[in-house]
Write a protein that binds this ligand. Sequence first.
Ligand code: M6R
Length: 359
Amino acid sequence: DKGTYPFYMLKEIDEQPAVMRKLVQEYFDSDDQPQISEKLLQAMAESDHIYIIGAGTSYHAGLIGARMFEKLCGVPTTVHISSEFAYEQPLLSQKPFFLFLSQSGETADSREVLVHVNEHNWPSLTITNVDKSTLSREATFTLLLYAGPEIAVASTKAYTAQIAVEAILAKALGEYLSRDAAQNFDLKHQLGTIANGMQSITDSKEDIEALASRYLSKPRNAFYIGRGIDWSVSLEAALKLKEISYVQAEGFASGELKHGTIALIENQTPVIAIITQDRTAGLTRSNLEETQSRGAAVLTIVSRHLAHEDDNIIIPDVDELLTPLLSVVPAQLLAYYTSLGKGLDVDKPRNLAKSVTVQ
Ligand code: M6R
């Protein structure tokens, strides 16, 4: 039931702080330690490479998770689009571990990979929102997202829940492997800060609605840009905008723009930069200026400690690995209000179904 909300998507965006708190409850014990079964940690610890498999938004959540497994656990991790991996497998490592991300647990492209994984008896984990879904039943292990049903076709709370569960798993595995980075990662506390931060962003809906109307209501094309983890969020932000507001949006590595794509920038093309990482903030800003001098209408989503006076959307500071949990929220809202402003059916965009059960 969407209660007083005009669309499920807005309700689901608003539920994200509660989902973060629920995940803390479900996955942490009273000593603030993550609770993940020893068997799962052992299977992952024995592997030499984690292959993350997903489609759409779940693939984008995997891009964030991969960084966590590499940084907190020291395990090489790659992320793959399921429909590609199923028919053109890379050369695999000696001891692969497969991690499936799927909100619905029913995506046919991802299942196709799992069938193959099971033929080889490789260990696997599905992180899903739907208990006893196909991908959950057929994988060796399951972790649940506890996000509650996601009804809107555009995935929002499942994306942030997937990132949070990946972080919890990466912390648990890193500790199991005695990695300092994981031991020093104050995740439970961070997730609490993030829940409050999400809340403060969703409380500023009117500002974001005004920005959507000013920047995104008319143009046919737009760019989200960033570097590293901010680039990964750009891909998800652009998908949201395409999917529900039909703006042709591209998520782009900001440093790569000058190698060709900047030719697309015209007068008033919206370019939205996501800036949350100390090492690359200055570089992304200069790439943004390059687009501005070609006429782009620029908009910024920036972590507080990196913010300048003329930035548009300031998000609270959190650990650099977890910034996607906050930076994506304004992007979800920008897509929502752009779609709403155009009078579109936000929850049921054209040509799409919630769960994609064909290859
Ligand atoms: O249920 P899944 O997570 O496996 O679904 C994968 C994609 O179909 C899904 O994330 C899709 O990209 C969303 N509609 C994006 O908002």
